[in-house]
Design a protein around this ligand. Structure first.
Ligand code: IDP
Ligand code: MG
Length: 149
C-alpha cells in the first residue's frame, strides 16, 4: 500500500472546494490517513517547494501558498501517488483534462487548487515534512477488501 501527500491549496480553500476534492479522493477508494489545516510559514513553503528554488515563479509560488489556510493530507491506497496525479490533472489547468480537479475547477497554473506528490520518494519527503509519524492513522475499512484487493 502506498501513501501520498496531498495539499488543498489556498485558492481551493477560499472557493469552498475542500469537500469536493476530499469527496472525489474518497470515492475513488483512497483512504485518508492524516489531515491538518494550517497556514504555511515561509520557511515551510520554501522547504516544500525546494526543487523550484531559483525558477522565475518561485517567489509568487511561495507568496501564494502562504497566503491563507491549506489542507494538508496523507492518502493511502494501491499506486496512490500515480492515481492522485491522474485525478489532479496537468499542472496547467488549461491542459488538464475535463473530469480532473484542475480540469474542472481551475483556469491557470498559478492557482491550480491542489498539490500531489510526483513520486514515492517525493511523497516520503513531503509526508515527513508535514506530519509526525504518530499523526498517520493506521486503520482498516471494509472497503479495503473491495477496492484494494
Ligand atoms: P505540480 O504541482 O503539477 O507537481 P510543479 O511543476 O511541481 O507542478 O510546480 C509546482 C507548482 O508551482 C505548480 O503546481 C504551480 O502552482 C506552480 N507553477 C509551476 N510552474 C509554474 C509557472 O510556469 N508559472 C506559475 N506557477 C507555476
Ligand atoms: Mg510538483
Amino acid at each position: 500500500m502506498q501513501k501520498t501527500f496531498v495539499m488543498i491549496k489556498p485558492d481551493a480553500v477560499q472557493r469552498n472546494l475542500i469537500g469536493e476534492i476530499i469527496g472525489r479522493l474518497e470515492k475513488k477508494g483512497l483512504k485518508l490517513v492524516a489531515a491538518k489545516m494550517m497556514i504555511l510559514s515561509r520557511e515551510m513553503a520554501e522547504k516544500h517547494y525546494a526543487e523550484h528554488k531559483g525558477k522565475s515563479f518561485f517567489d509568487d509560488l511561495v507568496e501564494f501558498i502562504t497566503s491563507g489556510p491549506v489542507m494538508a493530507m496523507v492518502w493511502e491506497g494501491i499506486e496512490a501517488v500515480k492515481v492522485v496525479r491522474k485525478l489532479m490533472g496537468n499542472t496547467d489547468p488549461q491542459e488538464a483534462a475535463p473530469g480532473t480537479f484542475r480540469g474542472d475547477y481551475a483556469l491557470f497554473t498559478g492557482n491550480n487548487i491542489v498539490h500531489g506528490s510526483d513520486s514515492p520518494e517525493s511523497a516520503s519527503r513531503e509526508i515527513s515534512l508535514f506530519f509526525l509519524e504518530n499523526e498517520l492513522i493506521s486503520y482498516r475499512k471494509d472497503l479495503d477488501t473491495w477496492v484494494n484487493g
